[in-house]
Design a protein around this ligand. Structure first.
Ligand SMILES: Cc1cc2nc3c(=O)[nH]c(=O)nc-3n(C[C@H](O)[C@H](O)[C@H](O)COP(=O)(O)OP(=O)(O)OC[C@H]3O[C@@H](n4cnc5c(N)ncnc54)[C@H](O)[C@@H]3O)c2cc1C
Length: 534
């Protein structure tokens, strides 16, 4: 693989935007290394097949440590392991996060990452079919569309929200409180990954040959084991290709975009991390960094599942007419992104912004869809948007093939606020399912829980028994201006020259939205920052 100017590790949401941005903004040669394969699985394009991608060959499928807050259960964390990264297996919801989130990043020390700057980035990233407005961009690489064919149950969810006094909004970025159908990263009912949006213009259909400036090389099936640091400077990476260990050198910088689980792992394997953790695994400490792998935050979701007469996705995966309809007209259940409708609410009117999200999935779904319910149904989940619990990512051993330690610390915040917020959200979910005409009239039975939960104790028990990740881990390479932050506001790893991190791991706090948009914006901004010093 020789030597290049920049090596980007990980072709996910941020890595694709970063690598493309670098070749567009500089004269440099950029090598993008991805552990997974090209996005050849045809199901990636079909929104309704999303759940089938989880736990398959395009998924890292990390398993958490047993969670005391979840009755000792382990959760499984799908993460994309394919060109496009998690944007190739996610639920396609485009939910930026709120101004208050980004202004909070900035006031916490992430200088230059406030709402004004982030909104300007979203504006150039987006190509929103609803047209230009102060909260929407057009003409950018990432296509954002309305869902083409939402299920009747998702529309009924909106009506039910109205019955409970919520408003239905068209643009949830302009009006953050309320219910809405989610906007999706699709073009005419087909998934658009970060690779489709950012890399495709630089690659031929067959993958290798460049179409654009010709200075971007993408290599798949290349697992990066560690960063090589010489005299305090990152000079290359050690990789494995088909079991063979090789080194790749970078004339300028190494840019880690391996995601919130693997970027801290790569730093630790390179001798950058908490001393005790590195010494425990016999890794020489080059830079002591207690915050590497710490500050792990995630959105946690707990659902209630009911049976309905119809109106859901049930059976669509086995009906050949569904795929035929999608192929011919891009309509029908195969266009569904699962999370078709959302609502944002505040558990306390005095809060500055919503702290709970409700997510309606027109299918009976628990445990990432692994608990099967052979009937039509609806799942409504409550999500804690502002988690106070913190966890960590660590090393299980120095062996690069050993899966990392992922310990989200779910419901472990000292004040118990996360669980109480969840209980409050679940009360609203239960009210939607039982007290509204729009949904209550459609429910034919309760699947989980099997009966009405009458008090907080029962709701807490339900949350502990059913909650799972909403797939939004961040914070493990926290950005900040303080000496303890892993990266500075220009994303440079403190204590090592020529090394940056640019992905979800640098978010100081998880946004009150979903994390794909912000991860892509981090990639775009990283390209700007690197190019400014090129
Ligand atoms: C199932 C699921 C559903 C989701 N739904 C939504 C949604 O609807 N809306 C939303 O906004 N967000 C959603 N998310 C979250 C969102 O997709 C992620 O936050 C975002 O993609 C993270 O981007 P990233 O660049 O940090 O990491 P990723 O996109 O995960 O990219 C990291 C890349 O690095 C590669 N990599 C890792 N280690 C190595 C290594 N050692 N060597 C080489 N390559 C490596 C990985 O294979 C991967 O391709 C979902 C995520 C999942 C998993």
């Amino acid at each position: 693989m020789g030597s290049v100017d920049y090596v980007v590790v990980g072709a996910g949401s941020a890595g694709c935007a970063l690598a493309a941005g670098l070749v567009e903004r500089t004269d440099a040669h950029v090598l993008l290394l991805e552990a997974g394969p090209e996005a050849r699985d045809p199901r990636i394009a079909v929104p309704g097949a999303t759940g089938d991608l989880w736990f398959g060959r395009n998924d890292w499928a990390f398993v958490t440590e047993p969670q005391s807050g979840l009755d000792g259960r382990r959760d499984t964390w799908p993460r994309g392991r394919v060109v496009g990264g998690s944007s190739a297996i996610n639920a396609m919801m485009w939910v930026r996060g709120l101004d208050v989130d980004f202004d909070g990043w900035e006031s916490g020390g992430a200088t230059g990452w406030g709402a004004e700057r982030m909104n300007a980035l979203f504006h150039v990233i987006e190509d929103d079919e609803r047209g230009l407005s102060s909260s929407r961009g057009v003409g950018g690489p990432m296509r954002i569309e309305r869902q083409r064919d939402p299920r009747p149950l998702s529309l009924a969810f909106l009506d039910a929200c109205t019955e409970l006094g919520m408003r239905v909004v068209d643009d949830y970025h302009a009006q953050p409180d309320g219910a809405a159908l989610t906007m999706v990263t699709q073009r005419r009912g087909r998934r658009v990954t970060a690779a489709d949006a950012f890399l495709a213009p630089h690659r031929s259909r067959r993958g290798r040959a460049p179409l654009g400036p010709g200075r971007l090389t993408v290599r798949t099936g290349v697992s990066v084991d560690r960063v090589i640091v010489e005299d305090g400077r990152a000079v290359g990476v050690e990789v494995r290709v088909g079991g063979e260990v090789r080194t790749v050198r970078a004339r300028k910088e190494i840019l880690l975009a391996a995601g919130a689980v693997m970027s801290p792992v790569l730093l630790m394997r390179s001798g950058i991390g908490p001393t005790d953790e590195l010494e425990r695994h016999g890794i020489e400490v080059l830079v002591e960094h207690a915050a590497v792998g710490a500050d792990l935050q995630d959105h946690i979701a707990s659902g209630m599942v009911v049976a309905t007469e119809g109106g859901s996705l049930y059976g669509a995966d086995r009906d050949p007419r569904v795929l035929a309809r999608w192929l011919a007209r891009r309509m029908g259940p195969a266009t569904s992104n699962l999370g078709e409708a959302i609502a944002f609410l505040r558990t306390d009117e005095s809060l500055a912004a919503p702290d709970i999200e409700l997510l309606a999935i027109p299918a009976p779904m628990l445990d990432h869809g692994r608990t099967r319910f052979p009937q039509h149904g609806l799942t409504i989940a409550a999500i804690v948007l502002t988690p106070e619990s913190r966890g960590r990512v660590g090393l299980r051993s120095a062996d690069p093939d050993a899966p990392p330690v992922v310990d989200p610390g779910t419901f472990t915040d000292a004040r118990g606020r996360d669980l109480e917020r969840m209980v409050s959200g679940l009360r609203t979910v239960q009210a939607l399912l039982t007290e509204t005409r729009a949904l209550g009239g459609r429910v034919t039975g309760r699947l989980e829980p099997r009966q009405q939960l009458r008090d907080a104790t029962a709701l807490r028990a339900h949350a502990r028994a059913t909650a799972q990740t909403l797939y939004h881990p961040v914070g493990t390479c926290r950005m900040g201006s303080d000496a303890a932050a892993v990266v500075d506001p220009e994303l440079r790893v403190r204590g090592v020259a020529g090394l940056r991190v640019a992905d979800a791991s640098v978010m100081p706090r998880v946004v009150r939205g979903h994390t794909n948009a912000a991860s892509i914006a981090i990639g775009v901004r990283a390209a700007e920052l690197v190019a400014a010093g090129d």
